[in-house]
Write a protein of this length. Structure first.
Length: 423
């Protein structure tokens, strides 16, 4: 374990928070914590795909480097730090650490999710069982732990179906399978893949579930005083099957009042069934015939810059709300509602299926001059290999933009897709 030197700030008010492995939207929470006047301690492996961006060093008072997937080491370090000066919150910086943060918060007597609830939320099979037990519709499903159990799962679920790891994220190894040959091929691909995501490999446990046709949305919100508050229903754009790579999001999805009411009621029931009692949630649904069916829910901030889109289109900062919830701070002071700066906000992820190596990018500068564009970023440079379009790693870059309507957001996505070319 090592502690790099980080900038010190001479006047800090009482109170500090511990953030475990800040990633994606969790990075915005670091900034919010510093702006709120809290001392920020972050624990991170700080290497590979868990490297903390150097630009965010100014928002961290103390960075502890250790293997965050080693929970005993994580707990030992947190207890030592807490003994030096007590934390007022332990906050997961990414979905993989929701259960670790819950167990640690319980041990320290701090606000947090019930550890048993956090463990259900991290396991898709247990998640579905709890939601089904509450009388809410979930996909027909069955867990398999070995290749030999796949046939039994297929007999129960039928085809078409979706195969996914039980505890992964980011659409990693999620694929549609239409027959036993597809199923066995997808499982073998999963079992043979030695790549890791945030230092974690796959444990061999999978979930086979019925393929639910219909548009996909995510519902973002938070729980305060035991009651879920729904902030936004986000429309999701997916890449070609058999994979389910998210290639775009729009806030808001236009819905009829009755459809929105069904979604709100369903998501409230899901939160209650799973014990989401604190902080933000990100709930993904399919809407066959307008009726919500759970894909999954995380008790954490949405990734893919969805929190940025929500703030643009609603004025609500979910990273600040998460901070207030976990640190026990007044919501109205930490996360006051602000005037939206856009009617709709969207993100488009650029992809180049079939391209093995990026040699050039055409049209990027023209796109960034469009007055609707808020932010644009390329993840790869000329000469870099382009990963296959099987999960989030196959995306090349993104553009965030404002729109006056849902239709305008869709038209702009298509226009940007034509404007920027990769070779």
């Amino acid at each position: 374990m090592s502690e790099p030197q980080t900038p010190r700030h001479p006047s800090r008010p009482a109170g500090r928070v511990l953030v475990i492995e800040p990633m994606a939207s969790g990075l915005e929470m670091l900034k919010a914590a510093r702006e709120t006047g809290l001392e920020v301690v972050a624990i991170s492996a700080n290497e590979g795909d868990r490297a903390v961006p150097s630009v965010l060093g100014q928002h961290i008072d103390r960075l502890i480097e250790l293997e965050t997937n080693d929970e005993p080491a994580l707990v030992e370090a947190a207890l030592r730090l807490h003994a030096e000066a007590p934390f007022r919150a332990v906050i997961p910086g990414f979905e993989f650490y929701v259960d670790s943060a819950a167990r640690l918060a319980a041990r320290l007597g701090l606000p947090g999710l019930d550890p048993a609830a956090a463990e259900r939320l991290r396991d898709k099979a247990r998640m579905r069982a709890a939601v089904a037990a509450a009388g809410l519709r979930v996909p027909l499903h069955q867990e398999a732990r070995t290749a030999g159990e796949l046939d039994m799962a297929a007999d129960h679920v039928g085809f078409p179906a979706v195969l996914k790891p039980t505890t992964s994220a980011g659409s990693v190894h999620v694929s549609r399978v239409d027959n036993l040959t597809d199923l066995r091929r997808a499982y073998a691909w999963m079992a043979e893949d030695s790549r890791t995501d945030l230092g974690r490999g796959l444990d061999g446990r999978v979930l086979l579930e019925e393929y639910v046709a219909g548009p996909e949305v995510s519902v973002e919100g938070y729980v305060v005083d035991g009651a879920p508050v729904i902030v936004s229903v986000t429309a999701k754009e997916l890449g070609p099957e058999p994979y389910f790579v998210e290639v775009g999001h729009t806030v808001h999805r236009d819905l009829e009042p009755e459809e929105r009411a069904r979604i709100d009621s369903y998501v409230t029931g899901v939160c209650q069934a799973l014990g989401v009692t604190l902080g933000p949630f990100h709930c993904e649904l399919r809407l066959p015939a307008g009726d919500p069916v759970l894909i999954e829910i995380g008790a954490r901030l949405a990734g893919d810059h969805i929190c940025d889109l929500i703030e643009l289109a609603t004025g609500v900062s979910l990273p600040r709300i998460m901070l207030a919830a976990y640190a026990g701070l007044p919501l109205e002071e930490v996360a006051p509602a602000r005037v939206p700066s856009a009617k709709y906000a969207a993100i488009h992820f650029f992809t180049a299926p079939g391209l093995a190596t990026l040699s050039r990018v055409d049209g990027w500068e023209s796109m960034t001059r469009d007055e609707s564009v808020v932010e644009a970023e390329l993840y790869l440079s000329p000469g870099d290999d382009v990963p296959p379009m099987q999960d989030f790693r196959g995306r090349i870059g993104h553009v965030i933009y404002r729109a006056d309507s849902f239709a305008d957001a869709a038209a702009a996505r298509a226009a940007f897709g034509r404007m920027v070319c990769f070779g």
